[in-house]
Design a protein around this ligand. Structure first.
Ligand code: GAL
Length: 672
């Protein structure tokens, strides 16, 4: 199989840092294209994503292809030194196709058809869509296969962004086929779904439908399997498009843009990452948020987990405001660069945007871009140009990897299952709980890898297991072995509760992890809004507490009031050469931070460098020992970093201490 591990840069271009945007020339007259390529050069743009929403242009009538605009634009870009990440254009079907085949439109859980006029008007299981999309992909690939600008394929766009789940009859039939393959027999399905409850036993496959709107909660096994099926349906479309591309252009790598950002949870990207040549991600700051930069960092670390540690591509972010929030804040001066550098420091070897030029019309005309409505004589374009210069200065960082001591286990299936309805606390948020552990480490400059529970844990000192409600049978023994060999494990509440079919692990919570942690929980005691549990050190927990005993662990903190007074709240078990900690309540930031300090000390994990609190730190390393320390100052005051090396951005050599100016950044080459 050909090596397809990164952008295939055109001959003679070397390996520049990837920098660019979605480029939509079809929205502009040809004169504008000439200005575009001139400004791209000025800004140091090296790659653009072309044709993402161009299906109606490339195939204006059924089977009649017209690639002339694409040819002209690709030639022009190539002449000006810009490579092309070419989209398969299948993300939004043209009106003629949807009109001819209205049954390809997605249907929501309430039976409403989501019609044409937005985008992604697609049932992911529609054979009509599959047929027409693959026909387009083949025609396009055969047409451009030898174009020198073709550097990467961009399959579809943000699969499932608006059509993650479709409940139509076509999807129902595909769901049944998927269930047969997973469960084999109807008896096995009945068992997995616990259908004895509420008289839900199925006699034949044909009786099964997606979890459509029902008089009350749908069966949780049915919901969970439907979410798995839906994620797989999108992956299947990806694989079908990628297979055509690999056949026609075997040397060109293939990507599709993931959405590891905020609460986007419906696609299992950690699994999907194994199937793409280059992992790419779209990230938009979640606002309002108590810590938008930490959320960005978490998403980047998760994307690196999807990429199995390899460099990845930031495919989309915004230069300034988005247009889909209630009030869309413009980014502050310097923020654009700080956002990008955080992702470079976390393994991104390409930084791109939605989009190159702000649209004059259409639904996203108020979304920021590299070239704003006001043109190139703007703060944003000046920052874009400065960023191009800085990324070029970071070229040698490419290919280095991030090597951290801490792993945080994250699982999309557990996310889906833990937020199903009729649970003990229905305000529970899996992502929030994961970030609650992550943020204090981010603040301390401790590097964290966000990885799937099946990942190899042997290189880590500390494994964090936040609120991992659903766990497969193999994880607890692996964590036990990890601890026995000297590792430290920290598990937080509502973990280990069910198996992969969402059936409770009996005998006391936290089910799968009872022996590992040496605790036994008899009852969850979620807390109502305004109520808190006080702990023995005076700190408070909100939202969640548990009635537990610790037969084989020491209580490090106990509950101090109410019916739980005197019972363990935070425990530590000496597990062979290592330790296993349990936090049974939702600790508020200060308390969580002090528990984490004790856990870090146990694990022997320290910050990547000594530095003032305001600095975000990350580190990348080459196999030959050259390492890079990234420091980002998110505050309004100068901050000190106690490290020496050459600043790649300025060329300055620092002995042992660098002042990172307010809002500024430093990238030190250290060692090697
Ligand atoms: C992404 C999408 C882009 C654009 C952008 C705006 O979800 O891929 O096409 O819509 O959001 O923020």
């Amino acid at each position: 199989m050909p090596e397809r591990t990164w952008i295939r840069w055109p001959e003679g271009r070397g390996t520049p840092f990837g920098y660019g945007a979605d480029y939509n020339p079809e929205q502009w007259p040809r004169e504008t294209w000439l200005e575009d390529v001139r400004l791209m050069r000025e800004a140091g743009v090296t790659i653009v994503s072309l044709g993402i929403f161009a299906w109606s242009l490339l195939e204006p009538r059924d089977g009649a292809f017209d690639f002339s605009l694409l040819d002209d634009v690709m030639d022009l870009l190539h002449e000006h030194g810009v490579a092309v990440d070419l989209a398969t254009a299948t993300a939004s079907p043209p009106a003629w196709l949807v009109t001819a085949h209205p049954d390809m439109r997605p249907v929501d859980a309430e039976g409403r058809v989501l019609g044409f006029g937005g985008r992604q008007s697609i049932c992911p299981s529609s054979p009509v869509y599959r047929h027409h999309s693959l026909r387009l992909v083949r025609a396009l690939a055969e047409h451009v296969r030898d174009h020198p600008a073709l550097a990467l394929w961009h399959v579809n766009n943000e699969f499932g962004c608006h059509n993650a789940h479709c409940y139509c009859d076509t999807s129902a039939a595909a769901f049944r086929a998927w269930l047969r393959a997973r469960h084999g027999t109807i008896a096995a399905l009945n068992d997995a779904w616990a259908t004895s409850f509420w008289s839900q036993r199925y006699g034949t496959w044909d009786e099964i439908v997606p979890p459509r709107l029902a008089p009350t909660f749908c069966n949780p096994g049915q919901q969970l399997d439907f979410f798995r099926f839906s994620s797989d349906a999108h992956v299947e479309q990806y694989l079908a498009e990628a297979a055509v591309l690999h056949e026609v252009t075997p040397d060109v790598p293939v990507t599709t843009n993931f959405m590891n950002t905020g609460g986007t949870k419906w696609l299992d990207y950690l699994g999907w990452g194994a199937h793409v040549d280059v992992v790419s991600n779209d990230h938009y700051l979640q606002e309002p948020s108590p810590h938008p930069e930490a959320e960005l960092a978490f998403s980047a670390d998760l994307t690196r987990g999807c990429a199995r540690g390899k460099p990845w591509m930031l495919m989309e972010q915004s230069t300034s405001a988005v247009n889909w929030g209630r009030i869309n804040r413009a980014k502050d001066p310097g923020e654009l660069w700080r956002n990008s550098l955080s992702q470079v420091g976390r393994g991104a070897d390409a930084i791109c945007y939605f989009q190159w030029r702000a649209s004059a019309g259409g639904a996203e005309k108020f979304h920021s871009a590299m070239v704003p409505h006001a043109g190139s004589d703007t703060r944003v374009f000046r920052e874009v140009t400065e960023q191009g210069r800085r990324l070029a200065a970071l070229a040698e960082v490419q290919g280095s990897v991030v090597a951290n001591d801490v792993a945080l286990l994250f699982d999309f299936e557990a996310w889906w299952a833990s937020e199903l309805d009729s649970h003990p606390h229905n305000g529970f948020s899996y992502r929030r709980e994961a970030e609650r552990l992550y943020v204090p480490l981010w603040r301390r400059g401790v590097g964290v890898d966000v990885v799937h529970p099946d990942a190899d844990l042997s290189g880590y000192r500390l494994v964090l297991v936040p609120a991992l409600y659903l766990v497969a049978d193999g994880l607890a023994p692996r964590l036990e072995a990890f601890a026995a060999a000297g590792g430290t494990v920290l598990v937080t509440f509502f973990s280990g509760i069910v198996d992969v079919t969402d059936r409770v692990r009996l005998g006391g919570y936290p089910g799968a992890f009872r022996d590992l942690l040496g605790v036994r929980v008899e009852e969850f005691r979620p807390l109502r809004p305004g109520c808190a549990a006080t702990l023995s050190d005076g700190s408070r927990a909100l939202d969640w507490s548990e009635d537990l005993s610790a037969p084989d662990a020491a209580a490090r903190l106990t509950y101090a009031d109410g019916v739980l007074a005197g019972r363990p709240a935070v425990t530590r078990r000496q597990a062979g050469a290592g330790s296993a900690w349990y936090v049974s309540c939702d600790l508020q930031p200060d308390a969580a931070a002090s528990v984490l300090d004790a856990v870090l000390a146990d694990a022997g994990v320290t910050a990547l460098a000594e530095a003032d609190d305001a600095l975000e730190l990350t580190r990348r390393v080459h196999a030959d020992g050259r390492a890079y320390l990234f420091a980002i100052n998110h505050s309004g005051a100068d901050a000190a970093l106690h490290a020496g090396g050459t600043d790649l951005l300025t060329g300055a050599i620092h002995e042992a201490r660098v002042v990172v100016p307010a809002g500024g950044t430093v990238v030190l080459r250290i060692g090697g």
